[in-house]
Design a protein around this ligand. Structure first.
Ligand code: C5P
Length: 331
């Protein structure tokens, strides 16, 4: 079954459950504490991505260490009376109901049989189809904002389940920060290493987005078993970070990188250019094409950014961040 039909099936199930739980056959209105709600949705990078093997359901078993960075989209939610979800995005190709943020809102409306419609204005800054989790983060932000703003009664495990039904990366963005993600990515373990002992030598994150988009499914589907790993790269990075020390450069491993560099020469060239510009540590985020370079000093990161921007690359200078509830603002 394709993702869309699985999603539709799940929506119908959830709708039926929510009607049953609510003990009523009609839609309800929610109490809102304000008329507009702003929320930030941060991007992530994958410090490691161990693909452990292929699962019976077609997904791949992962162990991946993810970290949020301060590059973010901004969403503004407004309650409407038109009983539908509408997305207006600064990238017109995302202004539609298939947008994961719209699906997240619709999922909650079905789950709680909500009468209100919602307008989602989405200021997109995170590059699309880039390996930075932008769509997943937008969806998680909508779940968190609607739950808080409309005071929806959802336990952490119910929220996690809804998030996982939207995409493998969505549960990570419910908490963000530094986490180990396992299963197909949806089993999230926040890591004890906090930003207070984050190694200062990797505090600045320079992102380079090659001028292509990559569909995650295509990268996973072509992955040979010889690129599978046993999870040891993720374990090594976690051990180092929990001790407040810098992981070995070779432990920033991504099982998808070899095939992405082989299939997409633009990404391979961008990696060469980052290394030649003097970046000490370069990794591929998710299924790419975005590469990240880690720096201790802003001046070094900024110099590389200027040099590679002059070569025509799309670059973002960012830093690691732990999001918190203050990122949701009701006006
Ligand atoms: O879960 P999500 O919809 O983000 O995944 C997109 C696609 O990436 C899946 O349909 C699947 O083809 C692939 N994928 C995978 N193994 C994972 C996560 C994603 O094969 N752990």
């Amino acid at each position: 079954m394709g993702y869309c039909s699985r999603f539709m099936g799940m929506m119908l199930d959830k709708s039926a459950i929510s009607m049953h739980n609510a003990g009523m056959g009609h839609a309800q209105r929610v109490q809102t504490s304000g008329s507009v709600c702003f929320v930030r949705a941060y991007a992530k990078i994958n410090l490691t991505l161990d693909v452990l093997g292929r699962r019976a359901d077609g997904y791949h078993a992962l162990a991946t260490v993810m970290q949020t960075v301060d590059l973010h989209d901004t969403l503004c939610l407004t309650a409407t009376d038109d009983n539908r979800v509408q997305v207006v995005c600064t990238r017109p190709e995302l202004s539609n109901e298939d947008n994961l943020a719209a699906r997240a809102a619709q999922l909650l409306r079905e789950r709680f049989a909500l009468q209100q419609g919602i307008l989602i204005e989405l200021r997109k800054r995170i590059p699309i189809a880039a390996g930075l989790g932008g769509g997943s983060s937008d969806a998680a932000a909508v779940l968190l904002a609607m739950r808080q703003w409309w005071q929806l009664s959802l336990s952490p495990s119910e929220l996690q389940e809804l998030a996982a039904s939207l995409g493998s990366d969505v549960p990570f963005f419910l908490t963000g920060g530094l986490a180990l993600c396992e299963g197909r990515g949806e089993q999230v373990t926040p890591l004890a290493a906090s930003l207070t002992n984050w190694p200062s030598s990797i505090r600045w994150v320079l992102l380079l987005k090659p001028a292509i988009g990559i569909a995650t499914a295509s990268v996973f589907s072509g992955l040979p078993a010889s690129d599978y790993t046993d999870g040891s790269y993720s374990r090594a990075v976690i051990t180092a970070l929990q001790a407040g020390s810098l992981p070995q450069p070779e432990d920033f491993h991504n099982s998808l990188e070899r095939s992405v560099l082989e299939r997409y020469p633009e990404v391979a060239q961008a990696k060469v250019d980052l290394l030649q510009a003097g970046c000490p540590l370069v990794g591929l985020s998710g299924s790419g094409p975005t590469l990240y370079a880690l720096f201790s000093e802003l001046s070094c990161a900024s110099q590389v950014q200027e040099r590679l921007q002059a070569q025509g690359y799309e670059m973002y200078l960012s830093h690691v961040i732990s999001p918190n509830q203050g990122d949701i603002r009701v006006l």
